[in-house]
Write a protein that binds this ligand. Structure first.
Ligand code: S3P
Length: 439
C-alpha cells in the first residue's frame, strides 16, 4: 500500500493526453489473438489490467510483443485456435479481462482456471456463467459464482439468443466472444444500450454483425459465427473514463483551463459530458473525428460555477464508471445533484456507492445514498476536504478523491494509490505537470 496526498494548489493549465481506452485495449488484444496474421495496436493502455490480458493471451498461445515504437503486435492463432494454458490465468483487478476471456474460452475445447485479486474475487461472475453455460461451457466455481473458477469450453457450442438481465457491456461481450467460435448465429438483446466497442471492433476485424431494434425498442445484435478474422491495425483512443478526472479537476480548481487531446467520445460513453454541460460546465469539443472506427475529439474545460442537476437512470450505462468523479463535481456545485439507477455501482471494483458516501462524508460533504440512488448537496464553493480515504482496491475511488483534494480547503489522503496503475499509469505525474500537487 502506498499512500498519496493531494493538496489544494493553483489552477491547472495546459494540454494533456490520457492513456488508451481500457475497454478497447482488452478487446483489441483478444481479437488480435483470434485473427490470422499480425495485428498492430497503437495507443494500447499499458496499465496493470490490460497487462493481465496480455499475459493470459500469451498463455493461450498468442504471441504478443511491444515494439520500441510503443506499438503492440499480436500474432493471432485464428478463431478456434487457442491452446490450453499450463497455469491459472491471473486477471488481477480486471473484471473486463476476466469476463470477456471467459467468453472466449467458452467455445474452445480447453479448460482454464481464472483467478484475480481480492476485489475481482469478490465480484459476481454468475452473470457471465449463466449464458456461457447455455452455450455449452462447464463452469465450476466456489459459492456465489466468484473467482477462482474454472471454465471448460464446449467442443460443440450452441448458438443462443440472450436477453441481458443487467445492462452490462461485459456480459454482452462475453456472449459475443463465445459466439465467434460457435457455428450459426449468436444473438444478444440489450434493453438498455451499453458501450458498443465489441461490435465496432469485431466488424473492423471482418466479422459479420447485424444490428437492429426489437419491437420493444431493445437493441438486437446478431453475430455470424466462425468468421475468419483478419489481422488489422487498431488505434486506441484516449480513455474518456480517465479524461473524466482531468475534466472535473479543470472545472473545480478555480482559474483552470485544460485541453485533453484525442479523447474517445463514443455516444455510449458520453453521459458525463452531457451531465456536466447540464450542470453549467464550460466544456467544449473540437476537431471531432473518427479514429479506428471510434469517434474522437479534443476536449476543452475551464473552471466555473456548477449547479446541481437530476441525472436520469437511463443515462447510467453511458457513464457507469464516471459516478465517483461526478459525485466530486457535485460536491462543488450549488444545490443537490440526484443520481438515479446506480445499482450496478455496488458490484464494481468496490461497492462504489458505499465508497463514495464514506469518502464524501470524510471530506465534510452532505451526501445520502438509497438502494440505487445518490444525492450530493454542494454549497457552490470549495468543500472542506481533509479526509483519509480507503480506496478499497478501486482505482476510480482513488483518483476521484485525489481530484477532490486539489480544490478542497484541506489536503486529502488516500490509503493506497497503487490501484491507479490498473487504468491510469502516470496519473499523478500528469496532474502535477499541469499544476497539481499530488505526492
Ligand atoms: C466495461 C463495461 C462496464 C464498465 C467496465 C468496463 C467494458 O462494466 O464498468 O469498467 O469494457 O465492457 P459492466 O459491463 O459490468 O457494466
Amino acid at each position: 500500500m502506498t499512500t498519496s496526498t493531494s493538496r489544494p494548489a493553483g489552477p491547472l493549465h495546459g494540454l494533456a493526453r490520457v492513456p488508451g481506452d481500457k475497454s478497447i485495449s482488452h478487446r483489441a488484444l483478444m481479437l488480435g489473438a483470434l485473427a490470422v496474421g499480425e495485428t498492430s495496436i497503437a495507443g494500447l493502455l499499458e496499465g496493470d489490467d490490460v497487462m493481465c490480458t496480455v499475459r493470459a493471451l500469451r498463455a493461450l498461445g498468442a504471441e504478443i510483443q511491444r515494439g520500441d515504437d510503443g506499438v503492440w503486435r499480436v500474432h493471432g492463432v485464428g478463431v478456434g485456435g487457442l491452446a490450453e494454458p499450463a497455469a491459472t490465468l491471473d486477471m488481477g483487478n480486471a473484471g473486463t479481462g476476466a469476463r470477456l476471456l471467459m467468453g472466449v474460452v467458452a467455445s474452445h475445447p480447453i479448460t482454464c482456471q481464472f483467478t484475480g485479486d481480492a476485489s475481482l474475487c469478490a465480484r459476481p461472475m454468475g452473470r457471465v456463467a449463466e449464458p456461457l453455460a447455455a452455450i455449452g461451457a462447464q463452469i465450476v466455481a466456489r459459492d456465489g459464482m466468484r473467482l477462482p473458477l474454472s471454465v471448460t469450453g464446449s467442443d460443440d457450442p450452441l448458438p443462443i439468443v440472450y436477453r441481458l438481465p443487467v445492462p452490462s457491456a461485459q456480459v454482452k461481450s462475453a456472449v459475443l466472444f463465445a459466439g465467434l467460435n460457435t457455428p450459426g448465429a449468436t444473438t444478444v438483446i440489450e434493453p438498455e444500450p451499453t458501450r458498443d466497442h465489441t461490435e465496432r471492433l469485431m466488424r473492423h476485424f471482418g466479422a459479420t454483425l447485424d444490428i437492429g431494434v426489437e419491437a420493444d425498442g431493445a437493441r438486437r445484435i446478431t453475430l455470424t459465427g466462425q468468421p475468419e478474422l483478419a489481422a488489422r491495425h487498431v488505434t486506441v483512443p484516449g480513455d474518456p473514463s480517465s479524461a473524466a478526472f482531468l475534466m472535473v479537476a479543470g472545472l473545480i480548481a478555480p482559474g483552470s483551463s485544460l485541453t485533453i487531446e484525442g479523447v474517445g467520445v463514443n455516444p455510449l460513453r458520453s453521459g458525463l459530458l452531457a451531465t456536466l454541460a447540464e450542470m453549467g460546465a464550460d466544456i467544449a469539443l473540437s476537431d471531432e473525428r473518427e479514429e479506428g472506427g471510434e469517434p474522437v475529439a479534443d476536449v476543452h474545460v475551464s473552471a466555473g460555477p456548477l449547479k446541481g442537476v437530476e441525472v436520469p437512470a437511463v443515462r447510467a450505462p453511458t457513464m457507469i464508471d464516471e459516478y465517483p468523479v461526478l459525485a466530486v463535481a457535485a460536491a462543488f456545485a450549488e444545490g443537490a445533484t440526484v443520481m438515479h439507477g446506480l445499482a450496478e455501482l455496488r458490484v464494481k471494483e468496490s461497492d462504489r456507492l458505499a465508497a463514495i458516501v464514506a469518502g464524501l462524508e470524510a471530506c465534510g460533504v452532505a451526501v445520502e445514498a438509497a438502494d440505487d440512488s445518490l444525492t450530493v448537496t454542494g454549497s457552490g464553493g470549495p468543500v472542506e476536504g481533509g479526509g483519509h480515504i480507503a480506496t478499497r482496491l478501486d482505482h476510480r475511488i482513488a483518483m476521484a478523491f485525489l481530484v477532490l483534494g486539489l480544490a478542497a480547503r484541506q489536503p486529502v489522503t488516500i490509503d493506497d494509490a497503487t490501484p491507479i496503475d490498473s487504468s491510469f499509469p502516470g496519473f499523478a505525474a500528469l496532474f502535477n505537470r499541469l499544476g497539481a500537487d499530488i505526492g
